[in-house]
Design a protein around this ligand. Structure first.
Ligand code: MGD
Ligand code: MGD
Ligand code: SF4
Ligand code: MO
Length: 884
C-alpha cells in the first residue's frame, strides 16, 4: 500500500470565486480534495465542481505527445515546425498575419509570456482572449468610469451589505460558494436580495425581489434608478462634487426616459418602486453583475449605468457598498492584469498613452512594441476566414464551440493553413482543425498564480506528476520564442522568474506624479523562489509597504488624470435582435450547475453528468402548447445563423416567447454540436463582447421512430456511422464508461443491425434478447460486460434518456440478466443531489408519501442536500412545488 502524502494547498480549477483547496495523494494513488479553511475566498467550502476535481483527472482523452497533422512527433520537431510556420507567415505577410487566441484559464505566468511575445517581440496586437466573450464589457465600463480596469470591492462586502442586487448573474450555479456565503449572511443579518434576470433561476430562491426584466433592458432600469435617486434627493452631492465628473450628461440622458421604465423593462410599477426604494434607502448596497450584463450589444453601457448609480450615491470603496463585476474564469483577472486583451497592454498600461509605450519598450528592451490595439475575437476570426490572418495559435480555449456562429468559425479554422493548438485534451471541436497540436500540463500538474474576482492572487500548485510529455504553457511559449530569435528576452527556467518580471513591471514608474496605476505589486518585489512557492493568498494592490488593500477608491481618488471618476451618459437602445414571424422566440444561453464550458473536464466525471444529462431547451408552457410539444421531446431549433436539435424542458422559469439553452454540449458529445451554431454575431460596439443572451429563433418538433441507448467502456465515433443512422445522439459519462442516447428514423431492427455491426462486435462473447418489443444485447470481454445496447420503438409519451448502467459487470451478475430480460429501469428524471445520488423522482415521491414540508426532514430521510449543499435550493423548490 502506498503512503498518503501530506496536504498541499492550491486553488480550484474552475470559476472566478477562486476557492482554496487542500489536496493529498491517498494510498490508492488518487487525490483527496477538500476546501482550505484558511483561504479568504471560501473558508473551507467547495461546490460540486470543486469537490469532484479528482474525478476529472483521468488519462482518457489526454493529449500525451505533440502532433503535426495528427501524427505524433517529438517536442523538438513540433516546436521547430511551429516556429518555422509562424516565422514564414511573418516573413511573407507581416506580423499582423499571425494571431493568438488565448484564455482566462491560463496562469498569469503563461499569459504574461505569450502577451510579451506577441505585442512586444513579434509586433502584432492580434492577440485576444476568451475574456473578450466574458469580461470585456466590464473592462471597458471600468476603464470609462475609473480610468483603469479595477474591481473596487471584495467578497466581505457581500456579507456586510444591507442590500445585494444580483443582475445578470446566476450566482447559485455559477459562483456557488459565493452564493453560499451570501445565503448565510442573509440568515444572519437579514440582507435584502434583489435578482434581476429574465429567467427564474436557482439564485431567485434567496431573492426578496425578482425582477424578470425584459431581455436587454438593464440600461433603462438603471437610468430609471439614477433619475429616481435624483428626484428623491438621494444623491451624495458632496461625493459627486469632490470625486466625479460629468454627472450632468449622465443625468440628462437618464431623465429623458424616466417615465417609460416600467414599459421598457417589463417590470411592474410596484416592483420598480420597491427596488428603487430599497436601493435609495440602504447606503450599504452591492450590485453584482455578470454575463446577463456583459454579453449584450449594450454591455458596456449596462456596466456604466450601474456604476453611475453607485457614484451618484458615493457607494464605492466603502464597507458593504460597491459595484461588483464577478469574473467567470479562474484567471480572468490575471489575464486582464498582464494585458491579454487585444485592446490593452501589460500591467494595466494603456495604448492611449505614449509614456506607457515608452515605459514598456524600455522594460522589455524591444523596438517592436505595438502601439495600436489589435483585432477583437470576433473580428480576428473574420480575418482568419478572409485569409488576412494566415496562422493562429490557440491556447486553452475552444473557439470552435464557444464563439458565436460556430459553423462560420469552424469553416474559418478549416481553411486556415496554420492552426497551432495548445490544449490538455486530445480532441475537442477546435483541435479537429489543428495542424500542430501541443500538449499542455493541466490543472494539478501546472504551477503558477491566478487572480480571483476580488483581486486575490493565489497559487495553483503541482499536485500530481505530469501525464505523457505535456509541458507548462509558459515553457512551450518560451521555447517557440527562442526559436523565433528572441532568446535573450525569453530565457525563463521557471514560473517564479516570470512572476517576478510581472511584479517588477507593475512597479515601474508607478508613483503619484505619473497617474499611478492601481495594479501595483511592488510589495512582492523581493520575493525569492522559495517565497513564491509558499506564497499565501493576497489581494492587490500590494504596495511597497507590503500592505494589501481589500477595497479600492476608499479615498475617493481614481486613476484618471484629475483623480476623478467619470459618469457616462448611457442612452437606452432596445435590443437589436428583433423577433420576426420566422424567428418568433428569443434564445438566452448560459450555464448549468455541474458542467464547465465545453465539458473537456467536468464531462469526465460521472457524478457531474447526472444533474442535467442532455442539452435542453427551456420552453414556457404556452409556447409548448402552441407548438404541440411535450416535455422531454426533441425539437429542431433554427436561427439566422444555424440549426441544432435539443430536448424540451417545459417550465415557467422562462417567460412566454423566451427560451434558454445551456452552453456545454459540443460536436464531441452531441450530434447537434454547440448552441453557438445558433448565436448571431452581434457585438457591443465598444467592448466587442458578443451578445450571447438574445438570439431570435424558431422551434419545430422532431419526429422519429426509434430510440436507442448504447453504453460502452470506451467512447465511440458516431462520425463513422452512415449519416442517416442517427437523427440525434448525445453522450454522457457514466461509471466505467459512456452512455449514448440515440434517436433515429430507422426501424428498430435496422438500427440494431447497424449499431451491432459498428459497435457491438466481439471476439469474446455476446448475449442478445428481444423482450416486450425492445431489443437488447450485451457483449463481454474476459467475463465482464464492455458494451450494452437497448433499442425501443419511440413512444411519444415516454422520452426516456437513460437506462441502467451494466457496464463492467460480471457475466453472471443479476443486473445484467435483468437488463436482458427487460426488467431494468428506464430513467427519465434527473439526479438533484449529485453527492448522494438522489433523483428528482425519489425526492418527489418522498415528499408525497411522507408529507414532508421542510428541507431538513427531507434531507434526514433521503440524505439529499447533506453533501456540498449546492442542490439545497433546488430541493427547496421541489418542496414548494409539490406541497398541496
Ligand atoms: N457551473 C458553472 N459555473 C461557471 C461556469 C460554467 O461553465 N459552469 N463558467 C464561469 C464563467 S467563465 C462565467 S463568465 C460565469 C458566468 O456566470 P453568470 O453570468 O452568472 O452565468 P450565465 O448563466 O452565463 O448568465 C447569467 C444570467 O444572465 C441572465 N440574463 C440573460 N439576459 C439578461 C438580461 O438582458 N439582463 C439581465 N439582467 N440578465 C440576463 C440569464 O438568464 C442568466 O441566468 O460563470 C462561471 N461559473
Ligand atoms: N452561447 C454562449 N456562448 C458562450 C457563453 C455564453 O454564455 N453563451 N459564454 C462565453 C464565456 S463567458 C466563456 S468564458 C467562453 C468559454 O469558452 P472556452 O474557453 O472555449 O471553453 P472551455 O471549455 O473552458 O475551453 C478551454 C479549453 O482549454 C483546455 N485547457 C484547460 N486548461 C488548460 C491549460 O492549462 N492549458 C491549456 N493549453 N489548455 C487548457 C481545455 O481542455 C479546453 O479545451 O464561452 C463563451 N461562449
Ligand atoms: S465556487 Fe468556483 S472556485 Fe469554488 S469550488 Fe466551485 S467552481 Fe471551484
Ligand atoms: Mo466566462
Amino acid at each position: 500500500m502506498k503512503k498518503e502524502s501530506s496536504w498541499v494547498k492550491s486553488t480550484c480549477a474552475y470559476c472566478g470565486v477562486g476557492c482554496g483547496i487542500k489536496s493529498r495523494i491517498n494510498n490508492n494513488g488518487q487525490l483527496d480534495i477538500k476546501g482550505d479553511e484558511e483561504h479568504p475566498a471560501n473558508k473551507g467550502k467547495l461546490c460540486t465542481k470543486g469537490l469532484t476535481l479528482a474525478e476529472t483527472l483521468i488519462n482518457e482523452n489526454r493529449m500525451l505527445t505533440p502532433h503535426i497533422l495528427n501524427k505524433p512527433v517529438g517536442w523538438n520537431e513540433a516546436l521547430d515546425e511551429a516556429a518555422l510556420q509562424l516565422q514564414d507567415v511573418i516573413n511573407h505577410y507581416g506580423a499582423n498575419a499571425v494571431a493568438f487566441y488565448i484564455s482566462g484559464q491560463l496562469l498569469t505566468e503563461d499569459y504574461y509570456v505569450i502577451n510579451k511575445l506577441a505585442k512586444g517581440f513579434i509586433g502584432t496586437a492580434n492577440i485576444d482572449t476568451n475574456s473578450r466573450l466574458c469580461m470585456s464589457s466590464a473592462v471597458a465600463g471600468h476603464q470609462r468610469a475609473f480610468g483603469e480596469d479595477c474591481v473596487a470591492g471584495c467578497y466581505d462586502d457581500l456579507e456586510a451589505a444591507e442590500v445585494v442586487i444580483l443582475t445578470g448573474s446566476n450566482l447559485a450555479w455559477c459562483h456557488p460558494v459565493l452564493f453560499q456565503r451570501l445565503k448565510q449572511a442573509q440568515k444572519e443579518h437579514n440582507t435584502k436580495i434583489v435578482v434581476i434576470d429574465p429567467r427564474h433561476t436557482a439564485t431567485c430562491d434567496i431573492a426578496d425581489l425578482h425582477l424578470a426584466i425584459t431581455p436587454g433592458s438593464d440600461v433603462a432600469l438603471f437610468n430609471g434608478l439614477l433619475s429616481y435617486l435624483h428626484n428623491n434627493n438621494k444623491f451624495d452631492q458632496d461625493y459627486i462634487n469632490a470625486h466625479t465628473n460629468n454627472i450632468e450628461a449622465a443625468l440628462a440622458t437618464a431623465l429623458t426616459q424616466d417615465t417609460n421604465v416600467s414599459q421598457l423593462t417589463g417590470i411592474s410599477e410596484e416592483q420598480l418602486h420597491t427596488f428603487y426604494q430599497l436601493f435609495a434607502n440602504h447606503p450599504r448596497t452591492v450590485t453584482v453583475y455578470s454575463q446577463g450584463v456583459n454579453q449584450s450589444v449594450s454591455g458596456t453601457d449596462k456596466v456604466n449605468a450601474i456604476i453611475n448609480c453607485h457614484l451618484a450615491t458615493g457607494r464605492i470603496g466603502k464597507l458593504g457598498a460597491t459595484p461588483f463585476s464577478i469574473t467567470g474564469q479562474p484567471n480572468a483577472m490575471g489575464g486582464r492584469e498582464v494585458g491579454g486583451l487585444a485592446t490593452t497592454l501589460a500591467a494595466h498600461l494603456s495604448f492611449d498613452r505614449h509614456d506607457h509605450w515608452q515605459l514598456l519598450s524600455d522594460f522589455w528592451q524591444t523596438d517592436k512594441l505595438v502601439t495600436q490595439p489589435g483585432l477583437k475575437a470576433v473580428d480576428m476570426f473574420d480575418a482568419i476566414a478572409a485569409g488576412t490572418i494566415k496562422a493562429v495559435w490557440i491556447i486553452a480555449t475552444n473557439p470552435a464551440a464557444s464563439l458565436p456562429n460556430s459553423n462560420k468559425i469552424n469553416q474559418a479554422l478549416a481553411q486556415c493553413p496554420c492552426v497551432i493548438v495548445s490544449d490538455c485534451v486530445n480532441d475537442n471541436d477546435t483541435l479537429r482543425h489543428a495542424t500542430i497540436k501541443l500538449p499542455a500540463q493541466g490543472w494539478s500538474e501546472k504551477s503558477g498564480t491566478v487572480t480571483n474576482s476580488e483581486r486575490c492572487i493565489s497559487r495553483q500548485r503541482r499536485l500530481l506528476p505530469t501525464q505523457g510529455e505535456a509541458k507548462p504553457d509558459w515553457w512551450i511559449i518560451n521555447q517557440i520564442a527562442n526559436r523565433m530569435g528572441f532568446k535573450d528576452s525569453f530565457n525563463y527556467t521557471n514560473e517564479a522568474q516570470i512572476f517576478a518580471e510581472h511584479v517588477a513591471l507593475t512597479s515601474v514608474n508607478n508613483h503619484p506624479n505619473h497617474t499611478p496605476r492601481l495594479l501595483n505589486l511592488s510589495g512582492l518585489s523581493h520575493l525569492t523562489e522559495h517565497d513564491y512557492d509558499t506564497l499565501l493568498p493576497q489581494q492587490w494592490p500590494i504596495n511597497g509597504d507590503g500592505i494589501t488593500h481589500q477595497r479600492l477608491f476608499s479615498d475617493g481618488v481614481f486613476p484618471t488624470k484629475d483623480g476623478r471618476a467619470c459618469f457616462i451618459a448611457t442612452p437606452y437602445h432596445p435590443l437589436i435582435t428583433q423577433r420576426s414571424a420566422s424567428y418568433p422566440l428569443l434564445l438566452n444561453t448560459g450555464r448549468v450547475r455541474d458542467q464547465w464550458h465545453t465539458m473537456t473536464r467536468t464531462g469526465l466525471a460521472a457524478s457531474l453528468a447526472d444533474h442535467i444529462q442532455q442539452p435542453l431547451i427551456s420552453v414556457h408552457p404556452t409556447d409548448a402548447n402552441h407548438y404541440h410539444i411535450n416535455d422531454n421531446q426533441l425539437v429542431t431549433v433554427t436561427s439566422h445563423s444555424g440549426e441544432a436539435i435539443f430536448r424540451v424542458r417545459i417550465t415557467t422559469d422562462v417567460s412566454p416567447k423566451q427560451t434558454f439553452i445551456a452552453i456545454h454540449w459540443t460536436q464531441q458529445n452531441a450530434s447537434t454540436g454547440s448552441v453557438c451554431a445558433l448565436i448571431d454575431e452581434q457585438c457591443d460596439p465598444i467592448s466587442g463582447q458578443p451578445q450571447y443572451k438574445a438570439t431570435a429563433i424558431q422551434l419545430t418538433p422532431l419526429t422519429y421512430t426509434t430510440d436507442a441507448i448504447l453504453t460502452t467502456t470506451k467512447a465511440v465515433a458516431f462520425t463513422d456511422l452512415p449519416s442517416s443512422t442517427a437523427l440525434y445522439w448525445v453522450c454522457k459519462k457514466v461509471k466505467a464508461g459512456y452512455q449514448y442516447c440515440i434517436s433515429s428514423n430507422l426501424t428498430p431492427s435496422t438500427l440494431e443491425q447497424i449499431l451491432m455491426m459498428y459497435f457491438m462486435h466481439s471476439t469474446q462473447h455476446d448475449l442478445r434478447a428481444i423482450t416486450h418489443n425492445s431489443r437488447r444485447a450485451v457483449i463481454f470481454e474476459h467475463g465482464r460486460s464492455i458494451r450494452s445496447l437497448l433499442i425501443l420503438p419511440h413512444d411519444n409519451h415516454h422520452h426516456f434518456t437513460t437506462s441502467s448502467n451494466i457496464i463492467d459487470h460480471d457475466i453472471n451478475d443479476l443486473k445484467v440478466h435483468q437488463f436482458l430480460n427487460g426488467e431494468d429501469k428506464l430513467i427519465d428524471t434527473d439526479i438533484v443531489c449529485v453527492c448522494k445520488q438522489i433523483t428528482k423522482q425519489q425526492l418527489i415521491d418522498t415528499i408525497a408519501s411522507n408529507k414532508v414540508q421542510d428541507l431538513s426532514t427531507l434531507s434526514c430521510i433521503t440524505t439529499a442536500g447533506t453533501g456540498c449543499g449546492s442542490c439545497c435550493t433546488e430541493i427547496e423548490n421541489l418542496l414548494n412545488n409539490n406541497q398541496d
